[in-house]
Ligand binder design. Structure first.
Ligand SMILES: N[C@@H](CCC(=O)N[C@@H](CS)C(=O)NCC(=O)O)C(=O)O
Length: 213
């Protein structure tokens, strides 16, 4: 059987998928692209017309949502402690936080990155900074959920932690840590100390270095 192929850029949202594959022990073919692929690897548009990363190709299936890919890789080979199954306690919360991670928390960060870091000449810095504040306010739900808990759901590490954790990892790398509560920084440290996270990060870095030649 052919391996799932994951197209990504190092440290992008695709890290959710690379990390989930490492946690689950799923053998993937990792293809690291230069960022942004729409300009630096235009041939990629033929397999993903959106031009976004990640893209997972598994047989005839194609997936372009990082949190869905993380859930899929962790559960595709059968029941796994990395996901909360229907009927289990916290199933609803598991679904909610896994979707919340990109739609509600990562989204305002990307608007900040676009207007403040990447497209400085557009004169939209003020809007970018407003989105940074919006991001910080939106962390309240995760902050409250983690009061008295080590992980988000089911008293164990799951894909919901991978998906939400990536948003917090992104904060640190794009200079958005100022409004991140200390409790969430400690949560992020617990997550990034995991050997599977470190292996995933390293794999992506090696892919990026290979691109640079
Ligand atoms: N909701 C999607 C968003 C995908 C996305 O926008 N990825 C960014 C990188 S983190 C991207 O590819 N940006 C480059 C572009 O849009 O050209 C997901 O969670 O995977």
């Amino acid at each position: 059987m052919t391996k799932p192929v994951l197209y990504t850029c190092a440290r992008s949202r695709g890290l959710r998928a690379t990390w989930a594959a490492e946690e689950a022990g799923v053998d993937i073919d990792l293809k690291v692209l230069p960022f942004p692929p729409r300009y630096l690897a235009p041939e990629y548009l033929a397999i993903n017309p959106l031009g976004t990363v990640p893209l997972l190709v598994d047989g005839t299936s194609r997936m372009t949502e990082s949190c869905a890919i993380a859930h899929y890789l962790a559960s595709k080979d059968g029941p796994s402690d990395l996901v909360i199954a229907p009927g289990e306690r916290d199933y609803a919360e598991y679904c909610d936080f896994t979707y919340h991670a990109d739609a509600t928390i990562t989204f305002p960060q990307t608007v900040y990155m676009r207007f403040v870091l990447f497209e400085k000449d557009k004169g939209l810095q003020e809007a970018g900074h407003a989105y940074a504040k919006w991001y910080w306010k939106r962390l309240v739900k995760v902050e409250q959920r983690l009061e008295g808990r080590e992980f988000l759901c089911g008293d164990r590490f799951t894909v919901a932690d991978i998906c939400v954790g990536y948003a917090l990892i992104l904060s640190a790398s794009v200079g958005l840590d100022e409004g991140v509560p200390e409790s969430l920084k400690a949560y992020r440290e617990r997550l990034t100390a995991r050997p599977a996270y470190q292996r995933a990060f390293q794999r992506e870095e090696e892919g990026r270095e290979a691109l640079a030649g």
